[in-house]
Write a protein that binds this ligand. Structure first.
Ligand SMILES: Nc1nc2c(ncn2[C@@H]2O[C@H](COP(=O)(O)OP(=O)(O)OP(=O)(O)O)[C@@H](O)[C@H]2O)c(=O)[nH]1
Ligand SMILES: [Mg+2]
Length: 288
């Protein structure tokens, strides 16, 4: 059953009894918003109901939406139009980084046609990663700057930025490795890539996106801690949002790290990708 359906069912079960509130707290925790916020919200909702004004299940759901809203950081993903933009796609292995690079390229081609987009094959660790990005590049008509397997990702990015300048591209999207021999290696490499872009940052608008798999649950919080701690990301892309019945992690990430979710991935196709819309999200989570 969809998460919002479960919330609806819960509110309709009984006349907003204590038991309903307790079950609501459990359900919100199960939905990944985090335990402390779940209890806080349920207390607030209960108080509103006691005060009057919130009597019906519909009113309670509406109130819950209102209570959730301030806990969700939002930001518009904006590309500078007067300079080159660089997007670094970060995240652990398998979350959907490479797919998201291609989806973002397709989205920019569609919403900001004109100056070219370039992709950089910054995952030089996994043998098949470069080929995977090249296939996307061919499908999309996007040039992929790559070096050989095992090359220094910083050097790939350096090349890609130079190539982008030559053709007056609007954007370089850099794929990165999600796995290295050790986590320390991974972080060291990311910090190095970060430095390379920073060196060129005088004329570059730099965006760091952390890709999270919406089905991972609380483990994703740990991923944010590690990546955000290492390179200070700007926001999150939540992938596989199609295959989860809950999406409370968006709220948990926002609350704990102040990070906005910028895009949602909702399938494997290029078009299954859209900027985060808080109203749609709340309708999805709590029900329309
Ligand atoms: N259902 C669904 N599947 C997705 C989504 N995004 C990516 N995938 C799938 O997830 C799998 C992994 O995607 P990749 O893009 O290769 O992930 P990655 O993070 O680059 O993986 P590594 O390079 O191994 O670290 C692929 O089968 C994708 O098709 C999404 O939004 N929804
Ligand atoms: Mg990849």
């Amino acid at each position: 059953m969809k998460f919002s359906e479960r919330i609806k069912t819960l509110f309709h079960r009984n006349q907003l009894s204590d038991e309903v509130f307790e079950d609501l707290a459990d359900l919100l925790i199960e939905g990944d918003i985090g335990a402390s916020l779940a209890f806080e919200l349920v207390d607030e909702l209960k108080a509103s109901c006691r005060k009057g004004g919130v009597a019906t299940p519909e009113e309670a759901r509406k109130k819950l939406k209102e209570l959730l809203r301030p806990h969700i950081a939002t930001a518009k993903f904006d590309l500078a139009s007067d300079r080159l933009n660089v997007v670094l796609m970060l995240g652990v292995n398998g979350v959907g980084k490479t797919t998201t690079c291609a989806k973002l390229a397709a989205w920019v081609q569609k919403t900001r046609p004109g100056r070219p987009v370039i992709m950089a094959a910054g995952d030089t660790f996994r043998a098949a990663a470069i080929e995977q990005l090249k296939i996307h590049g061919e499908r999309l008509g996007v040039r992929v700057v790559a070096q050989q397997h095992g090359a220094d990702p910083g050097a790939v990015l350096w090349d890609a930025i130079d190539a982008a300048r030559t053709v007056n591209a609007q954007l370089v999207i850099a794929d990165t490795a999600g796995r290295m021999h050790t986590r320390a290696d991974l972080l060291k490499e990311l910090e190095k890539i970060d430095k390379v872009v920073m060196q060129k940052a005088v004329e570059v608008d730099y965006h760091k996106l952390l890709v999270l798999d919406a089905t991972t649950g609380q483990n994703a919080m740990r991923q944010v801690e590690i990546f955000h701690g290492a390179v200070n990301v700007d926001g999150v892309v939540m992938t596989k949002y199609d295959s989860t019945s809950k999406g409370g992690m968006i709220i948990a990430v926002s609350r704990q790290f102040g990070l906005p979710t910028l895009f949602l991935g909702t399938g494997e196709k290029y078009e299954n990708f859209a900027p985060f819309d808080i109203d749609r999200y709340l309708d999805d989570f709590v029900g329309e």
